[in-house]
Write a protein that binds this ligand. Sequence first.
Ligand SMILES: C[S@@+](CC[C@H](N)C(=O)[O-])C[C@H]1O[C@@H](n2cnc3c(N)ncnc32)[C@H](O)[C@@H]1O
Length: 241
Amino acid sequence: MPNSIRAVGELVRPSALSELGGTQDYLYFLVRLLKPDIVVETGVYRGISTAFILAGLSDNQRGRLISVDLPNASYVTDEGGIDSSELGKGREPGFLVPDELKVRWRLERGNSRNLLGGLLDELTQVDMFYHDSEHTYRNMTSEFETVLPHLRGGGILAADDVTWNSAFADFVARHDFEWSRVVGKRLGLAVVRTRRKFAEPQPDEPTSPPGHAAKVSTREILPSTEPNQAETLGNRPGDRL
Ligand SMILES: C[S@@+](CC[C@H](N)C(=O)[O-])C[C@H]1O[C@@H](n2cnc3c(N)ncnc32)[C@H](O)[C@@H]1O
């Protein structure tokens, strides 16, 4: 087992990990498989997903993670409940992330709806996106549609809690992905076609029920053979991520 994932596993309480239903393991192995240069995440909270993505990048010895988090956010869910994430007094987003993994991390504090567009324009292209912020239909759809033009061919869009509403199912039904599926308890995954071609939304197309992604194929998730723009950014220690 790589040292970084062991360090994260030792740091994070097993009960906190089981809340995630295995999502953290998928994230780690997706990062190991895809070898991304740029990963963008929304929703940090204590930093479990952040730590596992960073552990994958550290073991790959390449890549950066840029996270967007509105600390202590509270919002009304589509079902009318309140979802809130209180960090506790004096705690910062990602307080569980081991210091040695933070060299590849940049945290932007604020609402993803305000920050994501500008951040993605700055980065131009990303290899992997992970949504775990506000799980309303409106916000999930906004994040997915904002990130899609920036995801490279062969890149991965991942989203937690896709069973809360049909935003992910509707999104993958609207666009022509290489592969999409809901894995584990509630992790949605979609792989962008290497030769990108996204269809316009079809108004009378039926929407998929929550938890059932459309257009599922048996293709493996493989990294793109296209040259990656982010390689040219250089990844020197001390660079602003
Ligand atoms: C479910 S928690 C993230 C859990 C984290 N991914 C983990 O694995 O530990 C959701 C986080 O998103 C933040 N959040 C909620 N709404 C947000 C928004 N609109 N923009 C950015 N962050 C948001 C919350 O404050 C909280 O920190």
